[in-house]
Design a protein around this ligand. Structure first.
Ligand code: UDP
Ligand code: MG
Length: 317
């Protein structure tokens, strides 16, 4: 289990034992190995969070912790945890530490993995406990993302099971601006969703006020999609078309003699330039978009399975 923590001194002492209990139960049910671990990622907390994590790990070896040198945000904290666990675990489950995500969904997640899924998304079935404002803003967030061409699983945050195979492929995504919930669908592999009800925070406050959520949406859109640039190109085409009509209109008016001297030529120039400028910006933008995607140097293909291990064996011998 990968658990990011930022200023969570009020929740961690309550939820840590809950996670451990879940781990024990999954072990007892024979679903996971007895060497399974809980990995807390301290995201540069300014309170006692890291001390609490250290105390926990002294008490029980199954609690482990890593600390980021400073606060880098939730996404980077989860990434740090996933990369730390990649070579040591067959599966990882990332979950928030505030008790909002129902830990009992883990059973279904592991079952889905055992059934062959490599990525299992935890999806909120209801948001009854969220305030109307939070629910509205959060759901608009997903709509906006999809509309802008950043494909995300609706109402899925970062509660997710990922196999080491997927993490291995994912580690080839070297980009710096990361938006995990939009990137795992890009990696591919067999995936499925399990549904759970989102609860209220056990204690403490949300670190995702509207401002941060907008920043996250903006980050997600700009790092996953170049659709905003396409919109400019489209707008350029529309304005050019309108400009063309305006020019015809100005000429007709001039010919009919309804105009002041100089008006028609001015309108023609303004309409022409407006359209050309926006269209050119769009074209330049298209190239910048391409450059942007190239600089990410994302893997061009990912192989998920092979019929034989011949290739690997040859490499080893
Ligand atoms: N978090 C983090 N770094 C941050 C902000 C949040 O690691 O800069 C962690 C936080 O400790 C929690 C999770 O990310 O485990 C989700 O944050 P929060 O509960 O505040 O967001 P919400 O559930 O309200 O969207
Ligand atoms: Mg929360």
């Amino acid at each position: 289990m990968i658990i990011p923590c930022y200023n969570e001194e009020s929740v961690l002492p309550i939820t840590a034992p809950m996670f451990l209990q879940k781990l024990e139960q999954l072990e007892k049910d024979g679903k996971i190995h007895e060497d399974s671990r809980i990995l807390f990622v301290n995201d540069g907390s300014k309170d006692r969070t890291w001390e609490i994590i250290k105390e926990l790990s002294e008490k029980d070896i199954r609690y482990q912790g890593i600390a980021q040198s400073r606060n880098r945000g939730h996404q980077n904290a989860v990434l740090a945890g996933l990369m730390e666990a990649k070579d040591q675990a067959d599966i990882t489950i990332s979950i928030d530490c505030d008790g909002q995500d129902d830990i009992n969904a883990m059973d279904k997640m592991v079952d889905a993995y055992l059934d062959g899924a490599e990525v299992v998304y935890g999806v909120r079935s209801k948001r009854d406990t969220d305030t109307f404002f939070k629910r509205f803003t959060a759901e608009s967030f997903y709509h906006l993302m999809n509309w802008m061409g950043a494909e995300v699983v609706f109402n899925h945050a970062d509660y997710r099971l990922v196999s080491s195979k997927v993490l291995e492929a994912f580690s080839d995504f070297k980009e710096v601006n990361i938006f995990l919930r939009g990137m795992f669908p890009l990696v591919g592999f067999k995936s499925t969703s399990v549904y759970y009800e989102r609860r209220e925070r056990i204690a403490g406050e949300s670190h995702y006020p509207l401002k941060k959520m907008l920043a996250l949406a903006f980050d997600g859109i700009t790092s996953l999609s170049i659709k905003p640039i396409r919109l400019i190109t489209g707008l350029g085409a529309v304005i050019s078309g309108l400009g063309f009509l305006a020019i015809i209109w100005a000429i007709v008016m001039q010919v009919l003699g309804h105009t002041v001297a100089g008006w028609a030529s001015l309108v023609c120039i303004v309409a022409f330039l407006g359209g050309i400028q926006l269209l050119s910006l769009g074209v330049i933008g298209e190239y910048i978009g391409k450059i942007y995607l190239e600089t990410k140097a994302r893997p061009r293909y990912i192989i998920s399975e092979r019929t034989s291990d011949e290739k690997r064996n040859r490499k080893e011998s």
